[in-house]
Every structure is written in structure tokens, then in C-alpha cells.
Write a protein that binds this ligand. Sequence first.
Ligand SMILES: C[S@@+](CC[C@H](N)C(=O)[O-])C[C@H]1O[C@@H](n2cnc3c(N)ncnc32)[C@H](O)[C@@H]1O
Length: 242
Amino acid sequence: MADKEINYTKAVDYWSNVSTDENGVLGGFGLQTAVPKVDASGSIAFVERLQSLSPNTFPNGPLDATQPKIVLDVGAGIGRVSRDVISKFAPAVDILEPAGPLIEKAREIQDIVHVNKFFQMGIQDFDFPTDYKYWCIWCQWCVGQVPDAVLVDFLKKCKENLQEGGIIIVKENNSTSDEDIFDDVDSSVTRTHEKFKSLFAQAGLRLLLSSLQRGLPKDLFPVRLYALAPAVQKEEVQVNYI
Ligand SMILES: C[S@@+](CC[C@H](N)C(=O)[O-])C[C@H]1O[C@@H](n2cnc3c(N)ncnc32)[C@H](O)[C@@H]1O
């Protein structure tokens, strides 16, 4: 299986040596291309769609007034997603990012969005805070850095550490073949849409909404957004949005 080849040290070595800008974290598709803008506007449109479809979930309510409105930005890189997308909906973020130079650069976003905490580590080592839960957990272009079993375990923890009405967003490349594809450059896997759905189900999550990102260059993998919430308990009534 493709994920057996993942090596965390190789991955962090790679990400610690890219340029600390859009070009570095987006594999050469920096600000000289349309990719960063198209990506951000697609994400904002996706959250707005979610907002209109689902009055009881992020970024609407109801929210537990005792909980802070904090979004966890997973594999945040230079904090691009927090700065360009999450800041439009949420007042504060926690940044989870293992590569030192990237997390240092992410400190600059504090003029735009309040960063509550910086966690310099990978998904596989993250212990969720014990004194608050997240309003939203945003994973973008980073979950391919961990094997399937580690991702399922992390998503289960995300579910447990989500406020009532909170949402998990996963925005990732989809494999164009029937199999997941290993990339030796950053030691990551690109998963099929079917694999993602299976892993979400194994983690006890249900898919509220899923959509392909439009407007990206044709030579890139298809990019898909998933909005996830804890699976419905038997006694609850389920409303499907897809
Ligand atoms: C393609 S970049 C995406 C960065 C950011 N999410 C964005 O969209 O701008 C991949 C990011 O995943 C991070 N990463 C690498 N290994 C990771 C791990 N095990 N857990 C979490 N993030 C990881 C990298 O350091 C890098 O910042």
C-alpha cells in the first residue's frame, strides 16, 4: 500500500527547505499563478454554501457560549489558509505545523487573525488541548503526510474535540487512478475519493457536503473539499445535504 512508504523525517526535511512563501507551500504554484486566489475563493464559497445549507453548524450556530471560536489549522504551512480563508469566518486560530521555517513565517499572520497557539509538530504527535474544543478543524493539503490508520485515529480525535455544531473541513488532492499514489518528493500519499470516504466512515464521521474545486490548472490533481461532522446517533433525524 502507498502509505507504507511515508517517512515523517523525510517529509519534514523537504518542507523545512522549501521557500517560506506560496511558491514553496504550493509546489511552485505561487502568487505568479492564479492558484492561491482560486483556492481561497473556492474555499470561501464552500463555507458560504455550508452556511446557507446548514443553520446549526459552523460558521452559524448554535454554539456553546462557554467555548472559544477557535479553528485548528492543520498542516498550516505559512498560515496561508488561516490568513486568506479562516480569518473571514473566525476570530482566532491554532496553528499545527511541523516545519520550523514555515511556522516561523506563519507568525506574521497575527496582524490579520489572532493566533491562540502554535503547535510545532505533525498530526501523528498532536495531543488536543484539554481546556477547550474546536469550532472548526481545517486540514488542507497535509493529511497525505500520514498513513491511513494514523489519519483515522486523528479524525476520531478531531470528532471528540469538536464543539457541538462544529465542522471538520478536509481539502485535498484526489488520485486520478484507482489507487492511492505515493509521492517520493514530500513523502506523502494522494488518496482516491473512495479511500477518503472510507476513512471518514471508519472515523465515525458523516459527509455533510463535498465539492470539487474549480478553476485550477488542468495539469494538477483534482482538488476536493469535504465538510464532515460526527455521524448521527441512531435516535437523531439525519438530514442529507449532498
Ligand atoms: C502542501 S503544504 C500545505 C500548507 C497549507 N495547508 C497550505 O495550504 O498553504 C503541506 C504542509 O503539510 C505539512 N506537513 C508535513 N508533514 C506533516 C504532518 N505529519 N502533519 C501535519 N502537517 C504536515 C508541511 O510542513 C506543509 O506545511
